[in-house]
Design a protein around this ligand. Structure first.
Ligand code: SAH
Length: 372
């Protein structure tokens, strides 16, 4: 039988019977928005190409309930590739000495916002490696200036793990959302792809703190990380249901040849799409990006993600001259484009698959910001 996940266990059921069971489980997930772990595992262990068509159709159907065919745009600014962390998969971790480091001044960041605002973006995503240069004071100054100039926007930070006090100070200074992928909900896998000084528990604590403070929070994970099993992926689904984040970033692991994990296989398009569709059904109101990693893996990877449940795209508005240095993985798309080229390209891609751009701030449905 042609199953999709390579680490598949042989199942006892004949293929037609197991296919019927997969279909029934997809229907059950669609209705109940949750399954038991052994049911998720059954899907992952047995899903065939034919079943994916059905899963993808249901993922897309679930998205229609709250979002129709709307796709929200976020202007992404990669403000620094300095990083003190050692994620073994990531091409900008502190050990990698083949990448030229850069960081943007607040003035440069504001220029990117100006350009992004003109292009219609009403969310700025400010992402970086864990760079100690960005103290709370510096970030507060940046947030003040962006909020003063563009009060009708949302600011998403994605700057890695920080203390609860720091998260709180940044929220009070105007940050609205925070993206911090949990990377994997399997402690074993987390420890395999991170150095021992990084903490599985602290990553989760950060996510709990962010939620408690009042941020719209984004978790997420990589698909196809070295040694990841279907059981590990089930843990991601279970953890996400429990965390109940507002956003979930799901992308394939893409092997970077200058990292400790060089030589491993990358994740695949189909595996990643399956996880996007499942998460759409588990968290129907979530904002799910069609990730740049998917677009880098496959020419129309992002369009495919939109068709199975994704509803966010994150066009790059970083200065073109810095883009190739934010090389978390190799062969990243859009590194030679200007921001307006990205804007046009993204719109054409979205419209091309029958979706429509929504230039609003694109908050999570029913979300209300906690005030001080
Ligand atoms: N320092 C921030 C931002 C990290 S980069 C933080 O810690 O959250 C954003 C995401 O890129 C990461 O969370 C990770 O899931 C993903 N990423 C990093 N390296 C990658 C790789 N080689 N392949 C695929 N995704 C990768």
């Amino acid at each position: 039988m042609n199953t999709i996940f390579p680490k598949v266990k042989k199942n006892a059921l004949p293929s037609t019977e197991s296919s019927l069971k997969v279909k029934n489980l997809i229907d059950k997930l669609y209705d109940n928005e949750v399954l038991d772990n052994d049911e998720y595992l059954f899907i992952l262990n047995n899903i065939t190409n034919k079943d994916t068509d059905y899963l993808f159709k249901k993922g897309n159907e679930k998205k229609q309930v709250y979002y129709g065919n709307k796709v929200y745009l976020r202007g992404l600014i990669e403000i620094s590739n300095y990083c003190k962390m050692g994620c073994k998969y990531c091409g900008i971790n502190y050990k990698v000495d083949t990448v030229e480091r850069y960081r943007l001044t607040v003035d440069k960041i504001l220029k990117c916002c100006e350009e992004g605002y003109k292009l219609g973006y009403r969310t700025f995503v400010i992402q970086a490696g864990e760079d100690s240069y960005y103290t709370d004071e510096r970030l507060k100054g940046m947030l003040d200036q962006i909020k003063a100039k563009y009060p009708d926007t949302r600011i998403t930070l994605s700057l890695g793990e920080r203390s609860k006090e720091s998260f709180k100070a940044l929220y009070e200074a105007g940050a609205d959302r925070y993206l911090l992928r949990h990377e994997t909900a399997s402690r074993r896998l987390y420890e395999h792809i991170h150095p021992s000084f990084m903490s599985f528990d602290n990553r989760r604590l950060c996510l709990d703190n962010l939620k408690e403070i009042g941020y719209q929070v984004g978790g997420g994970f990589m698909v196809g990380s070295p040694t990841q099993t279907n059981e590990d992926l089930v843990m991601d689904l279970e953890y996400l249901k429990e965390l109940d984040p507002h956003m979930v970033g799901i992308g394939p692991y893409l092997c970077h040849s200058d990292t400790e994990l060089a030589g491993n296989m990358s994740g695949t398009l189909t595996e990643t799409l399956i996880m996007v569709a499942l998460v759409r059904m588990i968290l129907p109101k979530s904002l799910l990006p069609a990730t740049t990693a998917l677009g880098s893996l496959h020419a129309i990877g992002r369009e495919k993600a939109l068709k199975v449940g994704a509803n966010v795209m994150m066009p790059n508005i970083s200065p073109t001259e810095n883009r190739d240095k934010y090389e978390i993985y190799q062969n990243k798309i859009c590194t030679t484009d200007t921001s307006d080229q990205c804007r046009n390209c993204i719109e054409a891609r979205i419209v091309g698959v029958g979706h429509e751009i929504d230039l609003g701030v694109g908050d999570y449905i029913d979300f209300e910001r906690k005030e001080k």
